[in-house]
Structure formats: structure tokens, C-alpha cells
Design a protein around this ligand. Structure first.
Ligand SMILES: CC(C)(COP(=O)(O)OP(=O)(O)OC[C@H]1O[C@@H](n2cnc3c(N)ncnc32)[C@H](O)[C@@H]1OP(=O)(O)O)[C@@H](O)C(=O)NCCC(=O)NCCS
Length: 292
């Protein structure tokens, strides 16, 4: 079979999502990836499509892709019907070379723990484990959220955007290596087609937003999905996060969803909290890193 490699275009987003979805279907029997995630990623401010992305085509079909974000983080996916043809190794060579061009001395990549072939390629190359991501789930029934005195919940409104950005990024700054400025944050959250304001509560105290959950709608999926959750530091430890999650879960249940899901990263230290809130791990991915 003849393979052709070229930079990705925005129009490739649905085909790239289809590769990611085919792998999730194979490994987990269920697709979790949100359809508009790839388009949002390809439009991130740090991405130059010509330099930072590649797709591999066979007979006019996109069968694999890769990108390098900020010179430090790569993702690559090969369609299940084309694994074992060396496409992943070629794309990894490209990603490492691209990261070096950026002047980066390391490169990280997240791999589904069910992706045995991808995991083997990275381990054989000497990549080391940097972190774990867990996909957590909780039921969508239960009691109405309990709130501390003076705190109320209501759905996100457009006028909240800049304050919610600040609350979330201030909280994420505690563990995230790089702050996402407003445009990047909005482009990957509230400006996405899948963003669902009704399922995205904000917590308000004295007319100030002190916490927020950002939810995305996965059409046709049995899962409700929270993309981000944060509580302002001076309001922590009073059940605000618990209330935000419960609100999102009950609302998702009213929409006919079966579970509420979210991803968390070992760097946040939040796994223990989510387990206290009755969430359980459904599956995981591993972040691998290599020195270049
Ligand atoms: C994680 C975060 C949202 C928790 O907010 P919070 O309002 O303080 O959480 P709650 O008060 O609702 O706590 C809920 C439960 O989790 C427990 N908990 C909270 N943080 C915890 C932690 N780091 N480890 C273990 N348990 C924790 C609480 O004790 C409480 O349990 P209890 O009701 O049985 O006493 C907040 O600390 C935050 O914004 N952190 C930074 C952003 C972040 O990491 N977000 C999650 C990324 S996926």
C-alpha cells in the first residue's frame, strides 16, 4: 500500500477524530473522544499546521496523524486497520525531530493503557513514565447538591466567561506548567460547539464566581462529561466542588445520560477527592517522556 504524508488541514479534523474513535471502540467498546476536540486542538494558538502536524493518507483516506504542541507534547494515532506498518514509528521520528527544531530537550506523549503496540514503541525507545490520567465516572442520580451558607449555583452565562477563565486558570496554575490565556482557554472550552452551558454550573458567593464546572455534550454518548472543575482557594474544603459535580451529574441524568465522566491527571492530586465523591476509575492513560 502507498502512504503519503502531508501537514494536516482543519478539514481533516473529522477524519482524525474517526481514527481516535475507532481505537476507543476497539479498546473500550465505547467512544469517549468529543468530536470537536480535534478541530479545537488544531486551532490552538501555538499550532502551526504546516510545521506541527502530519497526516498519513492511503488511497485518499487519512489513516494516521500526529501533532507536536509547543515542542513538548506529541500525540499520534494510527487507525486500527493500519497498525503494524511502521506508521507510528515514522510519526514518532517526525515528532521528535519537530520537538528538537523547537529547541526542546524533552518530549511527552499520552498513550491509552490499552494501546499495547503504542506503549511498546515508547518503552523500547526508552521513554519513561511521567504521569497518569484517569477517566472517572459517577452515577447521575442522588440527592440535590448541599451548599455552604451564602453560596448558590446557577448555569454558566456568557457574561461569566472572563471571570470563569480566571478562577479556573488560577486553580490550574497550582499544577499546570503553563497558564492558558483567555483565547486559548475559550477556544478549547466555552467556544466549542460541544460546550453545554446548562450542564456547566458556576458557584456564586456575594456576586462573585468562586467555582465552576465546564461540561461538554457528547452527542449520542451515554456519558455526561466535565472538562474542567475548579474552586477558588478561599472557598475550598466546604463542599463546593462536590455540589458543582452533583449539579452537573443530576442535570446530565435529566438529559438521559447514564453516567457523569471526567478525566483527572496525577499531577492535580484530585483523584483522592473524586474517589471520596463516589467516582471510580473506568480506565487510564499514561504520559511518557523522553529526553531528546
Ligand atoms: C479539587 C478542587 C476542585 C476541590 O474543591 P473543594 O471545593 O475544596 O472540594 P470539596 O470541599 O467539595 O471536597 C469534596 C470532598 O473531597 C475531599 N477533598 C478535597 N480535596 C481533596 C484532596 N486534595 N485530597 C483528598 N480529598 C480531598 C474533601 O475532604 C471532601 O470530602 P468530604 O465531603 O468527605 O469531607 C479544588 O481543590 C481545586 O480547584 N483545585 C485546583 C484545580 C484542580 O485540580 N481541579 C481538578 C482538576 S481535574
Amino acid at each position: 500500500m502507498e502512504f503519503r504524508t502531508r501537514p494536516a488541514a482543519l478539514d481533516d479534523a473529522p477524519a482524525i477524530h474517526a481514527i481516535i474513535a475507532a481505537n476507543e471502540q476497539l479498546w473500550h467498546g465505547l467512544v469517549q473522544a468529543v468530536p470537536d476536540a480535534v478541530a479545537a486542538d488544531l486551532q490552538r494558538p501555538l499550532i502551526n499546521l504546516d510545521l506541527d502536524t502530519r497526516v498519513v493518507e492511503a488511497a485518499g483516506q487519512v489513516v494516521a496523524w500526529a501533532w507536536v504542541h509547543g515542542g513538548r507534547r506529541a500525540q499520534l494515532d494510527v487507525h486500527p486497520s493500519d497498525v503494524g506498518r511502521g506508521l507510528g514509528t515514522d510519526l514518532l521520528d517526525w515528532a521528535e525531530a519537530r520537538a528538537r527544531e523547537h529547541g526542546s530537550d524533552w518530549l511527552a506523549q499520552t498513550v491509552d493503557d490499552a494501546d499495547l503496540a503504542g506503549t511498546k514503541i515508547l518503552r523500547d525507545r526508552g521513554y519513561e513514565v511521567l504521569a497518569t490520567n484517569w477517566l472517572l465516572e459517577r452515577p447521575v442520580d442522588g440527592d440535590e447538591p448541599m451548599l455552604p451558607d451564602g453560596v448558590t449555583l446557577r448555569p454558566f452565562e456568557t457574561a461569566d466567561a472572563h471571570t470563569v477563565h480566571q478562577v479556573i486558570q488560577d486553580a490550574f496554575d497550582e499544577w499546570q506548567p503553563r497558564r492558558h490565556e483567555y483565547d486559548e482557554w475559550a477556544g478549547t472550552s466555552i467556544e466549542r460547539d460541544s460546550f453545554d452551558a446548562e450542564l456547566s454550573p458556576v458557584a456564586v458567593a456575594d456576586d462573585q464566581i468562586v467555582g465552576a464546572a465546564i461540561s461538554l455534550e457528547l452527542p449520542g454518548s451515554p456519558n455526561g462529561y466535565v472538562e474542567q472543575l475548579a474552586v477558588r482557594r478561599d472557598f475550598r474544603g466546604h463542599g463546593v466542588a462536590r455540589a458543582l459535580l452533583t449539579y452537573a451529574a443530576l442535570e446530565a441524568g435529566r438529559r438521559g445520560k447514564k453516567t457523569l465522566t471526567l478525566w483527572t491527571h496525577s499531577g492535580t492530586g484530585a483523584l483522592a477527592m473524586y474517589e471520596r465523591l463516589g467516582m471510580r476509575v473506568r480506565r487510564s492513560t499514561t504520559v511518557y517522556r523522553t529526553q531528546l
